[in-house]
Write a protein that binds this ligand. Structure first.
Ligand SMILES: Nc1ncnc2c1ncn2[C@@H]1O[C@H](COP(=O)(O)OP(=O)(O)OP(=O)(O)O)[C@@H](O)[C@H]1O
Length: 216
């Protein structure tokens, strides 16, 4: 039986704060480390974010993945379009939130369990979209000190420049506000000033490589 992940980085933040952007940057930096490793090291630590069955270093876990997949099936929608940062996703977001809420009320850890199924062979998990206290509780309870909670913060102006427009029923819902008062291990600012973001990325990459006993 696998020992599970060595480090679980749980990202949360408001809409368009840059959670996916940060997640992509982390994967890309870790991939660079893998490609500069020796051929032998590479064989032992194949990096992938897509989830092949072989052992790998990093896996991006999207809690909204199973939610969107099931919602798309039940409503005859395009699952891939719902995953993208598109207008299509925004059109269905409010209804999807309500639908997910009902599922979660019946079983609070359903989406966390489903999204991480099969990820045990990966050493680093990046959970890219924690939204509720129950999401964070799930990973803290399951992984203790191996869980590292990161809040991505951006100004309204920065978020608006990325397409954010306040929407009642979305931006005042639990999915946006459920972690407003939570305690985080690290807060990363992503206002568009690359230096601040890079410092956060550097710290997280170092932590991930340390957890895997790899050199930074
Ligand atoms: N520092 C940055 N530099 C350049 N582009 C960025 C930066 N941060 C975010 N973006 C871009 O802004 C857009 C929104 O960011 P992203 O999708 O990462 O936000 P999010 O927090 O995951 O949003 P949501 O909750 O809606 O999924 C994306 O197109 C992303 O590429």
């Amino acid at each position: 039986m696998s020992a599970g992940p060595r480090l679980v980085i749980v990202l949360s933040g408001k809409r368009k704060s840059g959670k996916d952007y940060l997640s992509d940057q982390l994967v890309s930096r870790l991939e660079q480390h893998a490609s500069s490793a020796t051929a032998q090291d590479k064989a032992a630590a194949t990096l992938t974010s897509t989830g092949t069955p072989s052992a790998g270093l990093v896996r991006v876990v999207r809690l909204s993945g199973p939610l969107k997949e099931q919602y798309a099936k039940e409503h005859n929608l395009d699952f891939q379009e719902l995953l993208a940062a598109s207008q299509y996703k925004e059109t269905y977001r409010a209804d999807m939130i309500k639908w997910g809420e009902a599922k979660r009320n019946a079983d609070p850890s359903f989406f966390c369990r489903t999204a991480t199924a099969g990820a045990d062979t990966f050493q680093i998990w990046i959970v890219s979209d924690a939204r509720r206290a129950s999401d964070l509780d799930y990973f803290r309870t399951a992984f203790g000190s191996r869980c590292f909670a990161v809040r991505v913060v951006a100004s309204d102006a920065a978020r608006e420049s990325r397409g954010y427009v306040f929407t009642a029923g979305v931006d005042d819902a639990e999915s946006e506000c459920g972690l407003d008062g939570a305690a985080f291990d690290l807060v990363v600012r992503n206002d568009g000033e690359q230096g601040t973001l890079q410092a956060g990325i550097d710290a997280l990459v170092k932590m991930a490589l340390d957890a895997c006993s790899m050199n930074a």
